[in-house]
Ligand binder design. Structure first.
Ligand code: HMG
Ligand code: MG
Length: 307
């Protein structure tokens, strides 16, 4: 039986590690990414070209890319890096990166705290980034944060999500990822927002980026699948959060998403056991238990994978 493919974008090395207290060395970050590649991940976010004063955990992302350059060339992996402004793009260009992601939000308060710009100013900046990245033949992904709720402004207007998705697609993003930055979305809201996006753009270029603060991420993925979403961001071990969204917990754990999707009859191309090995390695490296329930359940004597 042919199983329908669902694309997983592994964001652990960026969204995960940007929120860890400890800044991991370049070689640890490279090692983690290699393990994720070995598990079959084809889309991985490797780091970000943001200010090291703002996010010290992502310092030296150039070196991370440089250490992986040959592995990337020899594979079909898309290793992308977050770029907030023209300076970030310049760093990506000098490093030789060919896949970037830009990010804005529905909320002006969040955007100002995150990148010192209003939402409209961020779009103006992305227009410049888009022009140059296109001439450099880079792939550009887009994010819309706080799409379901903002830590400072509360619930957000779904029509604003649609407007911003249009703005990012118009600027050349090949895919726009809709972020539940603080993990407050519920299934009805998921249905509402993704249905509106589907009516306006179709869902081929739309992804869901869910954080699991309330433990509702898999329920929300089930709902999004039902509407037709086939791209999900996740992070190995459930690492992560956002430094500008205090209290938000990590991304939905990749192993939980892979296990759930495979059990539901989809295929992801990601090997669950190898992914769990990558999480285990990271748990040892961080010296704290990872949040992923599936990963923790593997330590129990009755663990088995029946998918
Ligand atoms: P700014 O202070 O407005 O920048 O910061 P500036 O242009 O005024 O420059 C100030 C200093 O920063 C200067 O250095 C610049 O050179 C430097 P100084 O002269 O003081 O030594 N600078 C940079 N350095 C390195 N790389 C750069 C860069 N730009 C300026 N690209 C800026 C603006 C955006 C840089 C800053 O606010 C920043 O880096 N913010 C971090 C944003 C971030 O990484 N947030 C987390 C990721 S978003 C997220 O997690 C959400 C997501 O997962 C989706 C979801 O869950 O919703 C994507
Ligand atoms: Mg995030």
């Amino acid at each position: 039986m042919n199983r329908e493919v669902v694309k997983i974008v592994e964001v652990g090395p960026r969204d995960g590690l940007q929120n860890e207290k400890e800044t991991l060395s370049v070689s640890d970050r490279v090692d983690f990414i290699k393990r994720l590649m070995n598990a079959g991940n084809l889309w991985i976010e490797g780091g970000s070209f943001v200010s090291p004063k703002a996010i010290p955990q992502m310092i030296d992302s150039e070196k991370v890319f440089e250490s992986l350059r040959d592995d990337i060339k020899a594979s079909h992996v898309d290793l992308s890096f977050l770029v907030p402004n023209e300076k970030g793009l310049e760093r990506a260009k000098v490093a030789g990166v060919n896949s970037i992601a830009v990010f804005t939000a529905t909320s002006n308060t969040f955007t100002s705290k995150n990148i010192q710009r209003t939402v409209e100013e961020s779009l103006q900046e992305f227009s410049k980034i888009a022009k140059e990245s296109e001439s450099l033949k880079m792939h550009m992904r887009g994010y819309i944060s706080t799409a379901f709720g903002c830590p400072y402004e509360g619930r957000q207007d779904p029509n604003e999500v649609v407007r911003l998705a249009g703005a990012l697609l118009d600027r050349g993003c090949f895919e726009v990822s809709i972020g539940d930055t603080i993990g407050v979305a519920h299934p009805r809201q998921i249905r509402d927002v993704f249905s509106k996006l589907k009516t306006t753009f179709g869902l081929k270029r739309i992804a869901a980026h869910l954080h699991d603060t309330r433990g509702a991420a898999l329920l929300n993925i089930r709902e999004a699948l039902d509407v037709g979403v086939r791209v999900f961001d996740s992070s190995a071990g459930g690492l992560g959060g956002c430094p500008y969204a205090p209290g938000a917990s990590g991304n939905v754990a990749s192993e939980e998403v892979v296990w759930f999707l495979e059990a539901a009859g989809f295929t992801t191309g990601v090997n669950l056991e190898k992914l769990l090995d990558a999480s285990q390695w990271m748990e040892g490296r961080l010296g704290r238990p990872l949040r992923s329930k599936l990963y923790q359940s593997k330590k129990k004597p009755y663990y088995f994978d029946e998918s």
